[in-house]
Design a protein around this ligand. Structure first.
Ligand code: GDD
Ligand code: MN
Length: 361
């Protein structure tokens, strides 16, 4: 048997009824090409992995990378590619929405060295969205515009595509620089690669789903925001720290608003200050839980456990803050430098410890 030229990576979550149709479609689309298909399944409750393994019994070029306790389209694509030794790799959705019939054309561009990455494109001439809802099309358009900030001036018509083919060694080089969060593996790859990477697009018409349903939800949008932040400023500060600090600033606003309201209503200072502190810590917890750590959100009783640990850590953080500030103030630094240093140390302390104790996985 000749060696495999192309590995096709298929991330799946709950796609059981799409496995067989996809394998048949790939066989029909790639006659004469030696390829393998690697499903990367996150232990789908519908038994997708079992279906793949069963079909692999009679198809030696099919295997399943079965991940337990994990989720994520990007990380699935990355691990699938890392498991390949073929010169070319492609990533395609497992739900038949990406048209597999353009794969030979994509491979041809790479073989003839016309490009380093070939993108299956819904927006290039001849491509289309299928019958996407208006709101999804608008969202995709906005997301695409935002992505230009990290594309290093490249003019890519469909940067949000999840369908592409590339040279495996090029991808391997980019892996240590990837953000990996979320859905947008192609964007991540291009933004993490050398500016000389040559990108070509092949148009196709996005098909409608027949089996199963889309996994795109608010968490996917959130992950996209984190990816953009990470690519823009991640080399200086972690994106989550930025969110954490913004939430902290909102807490200061809550604190002062409540404090002044209570003071003018005649509440004693100590009582007002304590209540305002408690309220600000609570809104900070709420916001961090649904924004900064949206992917690790607490549910049910866990929410209260999380809140308790957040109070505890922030209480210690406040002690650190006051300790540093008063030490500096004693050493004759002006009040605002002392206070500023206290706030910075307290924020970093809270960020580090809550990431360990409140939102650990
Ligand atoms: N392993 C794994 N883990 N696979 C996943 C996960 C996950 O957590 N979430 C989704 N998938 C798989 C799905 O099973 C499917 O094969 C593929 O990733 C795409 O998921 P969909 O939920 O169908 O996404 P979509 O159709 O809304 O959007 C897709 O197509 C767009 C156009 O190319 C994605 O690929 C988008 O990134 C892309 O912009
Ligand atoms: Mn889909």
């Amino acid at each position: 048997m000749s060696s495999i030229e192309l590995s096709i990576i298929v991330p799946t979550f709950k796609e059981v009824d799409n496995v067989q149709p996809l394998l048949d479609a790939l066989d029909a689309a790639l006659p004469g090409i030696t390829f393998e298909t690697i499903f990367v399944d996150d232990d789908s409750p519908d038994g997708t992995a079992a279906r793949v393994k069963q079909l692999a019994q009679s198809r030696p070029n099919v295997r399943c990378l079965h991940r337990i306790g994990r989720r994520g389209l990007s990380s699935a694509a990355v691990e699938g590619i890392l498991s390949s030794s073929a010169p070319f790799v492609a990533v395609i959705d497992g739900d038949m929405q990406h048209d597999e019939r353009i794969l030979p054309q994509m491979l041809d561009l790479l073989r003839r060295d016309q490009a380093d990455v070939v993108v299956g494109s819904r927006y290039a001439d001849g491509g289309s969205l299928g019958d996407w809802t208006k709101s999804r099309a608008v969202m995709s358009d906005i997301a695409g515009r935002l992505s230009r900030t990290i594309l290093k001036g490249r003019d890519l018509k469909d940067p949000m595509s999840g369908y592409f083919m590339t040279r495996r060694p090029l991808f391997d080089q980019a892996v240590p620089h990837l953000s990996i969060e979320g859905f947008k593996i192609l964007l991540d790859f291009i933004a993490s690669s050398d500016a000389r990477l040559r990108v070509a697009e092949c148009p196709y018409q996005f098909r409608n789903r027949i089996h199963g349903e889309s996994k795109l939800d608010s968490l996917v949008l959130w992950e996209y925001g984190i990816l953009l932040l990470d690519k823009l400023v991640g080399h200086i500060v972690p994106p989550r720290f930025i969110l954490f600090a913004f939430v902290g600033a909102s807490g200061v606003a809550v604190h002062f608003a409540l404090l002044s309201a209570m003071l003018s209503a005649g509440v004693a200072f100590l009582t007002a200050q304590s209540l305002a502190t408690l309220a600000a810590m609570t809104t900070n917890y709420l916001l961090n839980d649904s924004l900064t750590y949206r992917d690790k959100r607490h549910r049910g009783l866990q929410w209260f456990k999380g809140l308790a640990s957040f109070y505890l850590v922030c209480g210690l953080g406040a002690l650190a803050n006051v300790g540093i500030a008063s030490a500096l103030f004693r050493d004759d630094y002006t009040w605002w430098i002392s206070a500023g240093a206290g706030v910075i140390v307290g924020t970093i302390f809270n960020y580090a410890l809550t990431s360990l104790f409140t939102w650990r996985k």
